[in-house]
Design a protein around this ligand. Sequence first.
Ligand code: MN
Length: 252
Amino acid sequence: MNILISNDDGVSAAGLGVMCDAVKGLGEITVVAPESEQSASSHAITIATPIRAARRPLDGGVCAYSVTGTPADCVKLAVREILGGKPDLVLSGVNLGSNTGISVMYSGTVSAAAEGAIMGIPGAAVSLATYENPFWETAAEAAKIIAATIIRQGLPPGVMLNVNVPNVPPAQIKGYAITKMGQSRFVEVFDRRVNPRGDVYYWLHGELTVLGEAAGTDIQALEQGYVSVTPLGIDRTRHDMLAHLEQWSWHE
Ligand code: MN
């Protein structure tokens, strides 16, 4: 069992080491992760600048490479150059911060696993719902269970699991909830600042606002203390709209 691990928080992130330790008993691990933080890089790839990869030993003797690119670059480079073929499983994370609702669209963590799904490799993205005081042992336990279950059950080509873990001690996890992607959006805030030379610049941040029915969503499962498991696909076609649009009259 060859397991490829990547992330979007960068090769130095604590959560990456947590993921490696969690699944090291399940197979041969190779880490290919971004050299710098790539959070919110979504499924970007690097085509206008060169990509460099360097060996970077991690704790526990894990074979690791840091890459001057995005999470999607890392998975592509791993398969085509570093591993020279497809691994059996792609894992991404453990990300610091949840990836529920609309965050799925922006997440580099999700996209590393999605790149695997595009290539027909089963995989999962694992995110821990906090930015401070992480209960890493809870995320580690969930990551191991998710990985072992995917290995046992398999996944169809083009499908990945988006996993979100509540930031509580392991004993407080209520179970595993199979969920759908919740409806939410960011209300953007641009923090306007002025540098010493008088130039205006901005920091983008925002508040996640939950919309729509909460029942059965990743957002609700997290709130209720369940590990949320959402199957995600690659095809974004709204199949329910196809017949409807066929009825339209297409003219000027
Ligand atoms: Mn991140």
